[in-house]
Design a protein around this ligand. Structure first.
Ligand code: NAP
Length: 283
């Protein structure tokens, strides 16, 4: 029997989760769209029926936030309806479903860290489709919804790599949004937390992000510093980068419940970023 199944294991979080589960000696199997399209209920049922896992961790998603505005139906099929297929099959085979969700289910107008019980109100198509996913995940009798934010991980398309590319490309300065607040989160730390949560049979909704918070400008400044670069990082407002999807101004998640379950705080975002950079910087 496979202990843990992972969907979306070519993505940055799925990859980290599979690597860290394997390192713990857990029997783990992963898939991505080339081997299992989660929008296909028959494929999902066959795959879960074959492996009969104790836990399924769903890291598969349509994550291109701006594209969701024009392709909401397609995004909802992956982020919403497909999660229902996973939940149905988990129920039939007695598996626990751990489903990854997002800060975008909130309206981003808050002024203190969002708790699991706070009112939701997504303002983007991505957020709406992820909220449908939460509702679908809750159909599994044994489910855990893990809301996270601002992810970066090895081999992923993410903000850290975008900043690194600009610096290595010789840009003279960086202009970065300074009026959106959130919690940069290293996929390895999130994956570790999810594996610990699985061991502890946690259920319901839990917020999981690295400790502390900053703005994209603060995040970029720390990346630049760790790269040893002295190029200016200039703060700009959200209006400087018009985007199809609205971005939350305030996306900080409260992790009190996570800390209580795990009996430990999450690592700080600065320490996590330093660990990531140590392992991705050439030389
Ligand atoms: N990235 C963030 O900042 C962030 C923030 C908050 C929450 N999250 C959530 O965290 C989770 C993991 O995100 P991530 O950054 O690791 O995403 P990612 O790197 O984009 O990985 C998602 C993976 O899912 C695959 N996928 C897409 N459609 C699929 C389908 N129909 N069947 C099977 N696999 C499919 C993707 O394949 P393709 O690449 O070929 O499409 C990709 O390999 C997602 O639930 C996301 O919503 C992410």
């Amino acid at each position: 029997m496979t202990e843990i199944l992972i969907t979306g294991n070519h993505g940055q979080l799925g990859k980290a989760t599979q690597r860290l589960a394997t390192a713990r000696g857990i029997s783990v199997s992963g898939s991505d769209i080339d081997t299992l399209d989660i929008t296909d209920a028959g494929q999902v049922e066959d795959w879960i029926g074959l492996h009969k896992p104790r836990t399924l961790i769903n890291c598969a998603a349509f994550t291109a936030v701006d594209d969701c505005e024009e392709h909401e139906v397609e995004a909802e099929a992956i982020n919403g309806t497909a999660v229902g297929h996973l939940a149905d099959s988990c129920r039939r085979h007695g598996a626990r479903l751990i489903h990854v969700s997002t800060d975008y289910v909130f309206d981003g107008m808050g002024s203190r860290p969002y708790r699991e019980s706070d009112e939701i109100g997504p303002t983007s198509a991505y957020g709406r489709t992820k909220l449908v996913g939460e509702q679908m995940a809750a159909k599994a009798p044994n489910h855990l919804i893990v809301r996270t934010a601002w992810l970066y991980g090895f081999g992923g398309r993410n903000f850290v790599e975008a900043i690194r590319r600009q610096i290595e490309g010789g840009t003279e300065d960086l202009r970065v949004v300074a009026d959106q607040h959130g919690c940069p989160t290293f996929c390895d730390d999130l994956a570790t937390a999810m594996l610990d949560l699985a061991e502890k049979d946690a259920c319901g909704i839990v917020h999981a992000v690295n400790a502390g918070n900053t703005t994209w400008h603060g995040f970029a400044s720390e990346i630049t510093r760790l790269l040893g670069s002295s190029i200016p990082v200039l703060p700009v407002g959200t209006e400087a980068f018009p985007r199809p999807a609205p971005r939350p101004a305030y996306s900080v998640l409260d992790t009190t419940r996570l800390q209580t379950i795990l009996s430990r705080p999450m690592p700080t975002w600065q320490g996590a970023l330093a660990r990531y950079m140590d392992n991705t910087c050439a030389g």
